[in-house]
Write a protein that binds this ligand. Structure first.
Ligand code: G3I
Length: 386
């Protein structure tokens, strides 16, 4: 279990503000070992999520960046995860700040961290076909007299450079979010305008050729909610089209940015579990497996009171994972940030009451929350993978 020492119980640990803290979090935070409680209470320490997952033929992981792989956070990630992904560092827009530059130092740092600990790494993403995330230099660039060929060359070269540099990446989000949620149509970007569906075909084909052993994934954030039907249908159309055209895509990434519901306890799925199950089955029937790529919970609809919020976040997580892990083709579950202190939710979806979002399994002081227990319970309840 990574660098976490076995033995000791959670009850004897106190953090800097006097709150109870698990042994794992305490070690991660570098608290004094002198505080170690009497040996013999090893059963109190919940097993690492990576170990629970491995026992079921699953992997548990997290999105990291150069700031979250150092110090206490780095130790926590090492203790809990057996798969990682870089939050931003492998993205086309990060790697390619301009036409000529490949900015790879931050991605190298994340890859070194994972490689150094023998933790498999996912790549996110080779091309994010969303107007906001296609860099302006590419959108505005004069691609010359044969723009289609110029763009194809650029994309293929990009894939080859990334494949050569990161040969140990086990799974790549090749294309990210190419479907408009409201209509299900392909997003309107310079790539779609010039290449249409071929942006998928050629990027996946280049990826397969450059890294034949890596899992190739289409990644998106469709869900089961009312009003999301066009998004799910659009994703199914993309997957079906790729199958028909022989595009080498292996899996659909379920981003899984969840939100606590408006309703009473137990209303996490609003009665739409069957919609989600059916969608997952339709994806499988097209010949794709599934993975949870970016799990977290937006708690803006939960009340301010911390304990109630944590409970709602945990319920939402458990309800989702119970249904999703029931699908045997799901073998990876990655969170999008292990602790609230580093979550994108804080900046992108701030709560109206000004309090920090609490949508990750650990709080900002690296204390485990009910969401961590919900993930552990859902993994324990999941059918074992063959
Ligand atoms: O790197 C610059 C830095 O130089 C600058 O000082 C700073 C000032 O704002 O910005 C930094 O870049 C930010 C980057 O995160 C790194 O912190 C970008 O502005 C910001 O847009 C970027 O946000 C990321 C977002 O994707 C867009 O790329 C989030 O961290 C990241 O969590 C989020 O992740 C996405 C997945 O890739 C796809 N699915 C949805 C998910 C959540 O939005």
């Amino acid at each position: 279990m990574g660098d976490v020492v076995r033995g000791g119980g959670s009850s004897g640990w106190l953090d800097a503000i006097g709150a109870p803290v698990s042994r794992r979090a305490a070690l991660a935070a570098g608290l004094a070992l002198a505080a170690t409680p009497a040996v013999g209470s090893a059963d109190d320490e919940p097993p690492a999520l990576r170990d629970l997952a491995a026992a079921k033929g699953l992997r548990f992981g997290n999105a990291v960046n150069p700031r979250t792989i150092v110090g206490a956070r780095g130790r926590l990630v090492t203790a809990e995860c057996n798969i990682l992904v870089a939050e931003n560092e492998f993205k086309f827009g990060t790697v390619r700040p301009d036409e000529r530059t490949f900015s790879l130092a931050p991605a190298d740092r994340v890859a070194r961290f994972a490689d150094g600990r023998g933790i498999p790494l996912r790549g996110h993403n080779l091309f994010w076909n969303q107007p906001d995330y296609v860099p302006a230099w590419l959108t505005e660039r004069n691609l010359g007299p044969r723009p289609r060929i110029a763009l194809e060359d650029l994309l293929v070269q990009h894939v080859r450079v990334m494949a050569r540099r990161y040969p140990r990446v086990v799974s790549w989000d090749v294309i990210n979010e190419t479907v408009v949620p409201e209509t299900g149509a392909m997003r309107d970007t310079v790539a779609t305008r010039l290449l249409g569906d071929r942006v998928l075909d050629l990027t996946f084909a280049a990826a397969r050729q450059a890294m034949p052993r890596a899992e190739l994934v289409y990644n998106d954030y469709m869900n089961w909610e009312p009003g999301n039907d066009p998004h799910r249908s659009g994703v199914l159309r993309v997957l079906e089209g790729m199958r028909k055209r022989g595009v080498p895509c292996d899996a659909l990434g379920l981003q899984s940015h969840l939100a606590v519901p408006d309703g009473p306890p137990g209303s996490a799925f609003g009665g739409r579990q069957s919609t989600w199950r059916r969608f997952l089955k339709e994806v499988n029937d097209l010949g794709y497996r599934l993975l949870v790529t970016e799990l977290d919970v937006d708690d803006r609809k939960a009340p301010s009171e911390t304990a109630r919020r944590d409970e709602m976040v945990a319920e939402t997580t458990r309800a989702y994972l119970d249904v999703t892990l029931d699908n045997p083709t799901v073998r990876d579950v990655l969170c999008w940030g292990l602790d609230d202190g580093v979550s994108w939710l804080q900046g992108f979806l701030p709560r109206p009451d000004g309090r920090p979002q609490r949508g990750c399994p650990y709080d900002a002081l690296l204390r485990p929350k009910p969401m961590r227990a919900a993930i552990a319970a859902a993994i324990r309840a999941a059918p074992a993978r063959a």
